[in-house]
Design a protein around this ligand. Structure first.
Ligand SMILES: Nc1nc2c(ncn2[C@@H]2O[C@H](COP(=O)(O)OP(=O)(O)O)[C@@H](O)[C@H]2O)c(=O)[nH]1
Ligand SMILES: [Mg+2]
Length: 290
């Protein structure tokens, strides 16, 4: 089964544009908040330099393809409706979306780094929104989702542990539905220093610490700093990098990528997705509309 990657973030940040560019789908894109109403899935590719050039050999890819020295590895992308504050408590169908999001193996957190989406999700003047606060808001929703599962199942976990189930297995059991493995639980217990503490004695601080750590260990997340093409986005991008030093943050312009991929589909240009260059093939057929 291919790796499953969920696109999360607030509304209007460009998740569906990214999804369409990456999978060549035709899902609806609009400036209207909450246009995406239900999760959509499609296949795309993760792209990495192919090892065959380094080893100077011919390759015969079985489940992926090689194009001009780039290896295209199939992945499943899930486009999700925008998350809102208190989604974890069920606001805006939050439960449903968080449950789909957390079934992914990894997450792409798409933010509008230009700050042109306001707190209510409407497109506004560039610089009005705060992408740094947006990252923290969405993080909070995910952590609360994990915490809710933990706290809501205290009795069940406790009972399992008292019936001789190893704490690590009892905890993993609760989170299994969202793709958490025993190894994730083990790592989170170790990092938080809770491995030798009796679960019945976990106080709220312990639970929060564990939930936050488990969220990070079990769902590796990359921040996609989208709309980098807009003025002022570069400043926010720098602020973001300073604030989240341990997170990989990639600048992106999903809109530009989508235009390039559509032009490539029509045979107007030669373009390898994500590459820094493209070549115009049929200059005479290009007009302003293209
Ligand atoms: N300037 C700019 N606008 C973008 C970019 N990506 C998306 N948009 C616009 O942002 C709006 C919301 O996009 P959409 O993909 O529907 O956002 P979603 O709600 O997160 O799925 C649309 O008007 C898009 O054209 C980008 O990279 N740059
Ligand atoms: Mg959308």
């Amino acid at each position: 089964m291919p790796i499953r990657i969920g696109l999360i973030g607030k509304t209007n940040t460009g998740k569906t544009t990214f999804f369409n560019a990456a999978t060549l789908s035709h899902s609806e894109i609009s400036t209207y908040p909450f246009t995406t109403k239900k999760p959509e899935r499609a296949m795309g590719n993760a792209i990495t330099p192919c090892v065959h050039t380094e080893f100077n050999v011919q390759d015969q890819p079985q489940n992926s393809k090689c194009l001009d020295g780039w290896r295209f590895i199939p992945i499943e992308l899930i486009d999700l409706p925008g998350l809102i504050k208190d989604a974890w408590a069920g606001k805006g169908l939050g439960n449903q979306f968080l449950s789909v999001a957390t079934q992914s193996d990894a997450l792409l957190h798409v933010i509008d780094v230009s700050g042109s989406v306001d707190a209510s999700g409407k497109i506004t003047e560039v610089g009005q929104g705060d992408p740094i606060a947006d990252v923290a808001d969405i993080e909070e929703e995910l952590i609360m989702w994990y915490l809710k599962l933990l706290e809501g199942n205290r009795d069940k976990i406790s009972k399992l542990i008292h019936s001789e189930t190893e704490p690590m297995i009892a905890l993993a059991d609760i989170f299994r539905g969202i793709g958490v493995k025993e190894s994730h639980v083990k790592e989170a217990l170790k990092i938080t220093g809770l491995e030798n503490k009796d679960f019945d004695n976990f106080d709220m601080d312990d639970s929060k610490k564990f939930a936050a750590c488990l969220r990070h260990v079990s769902k590796p997340t990359l921040i996609v700093a989208n709309k980098i093409d807009l003025p002022g986005a570069d400043k926010n991008f720098d602020r973001l990098r300073e604030k989240y030093v341990n997170t990989i943050i990639i600048p992106a312009s999903a809109d530009s990528e989508l235009s390039l991929r559509r032009a490539e589909q029509k045979g107007l240009i030669k373009y390898v997705p994500g590459s820094e260059q493209f070549e115009i093939l049929r200059k005479d057929e290009l007009n302003k509309k293209c």
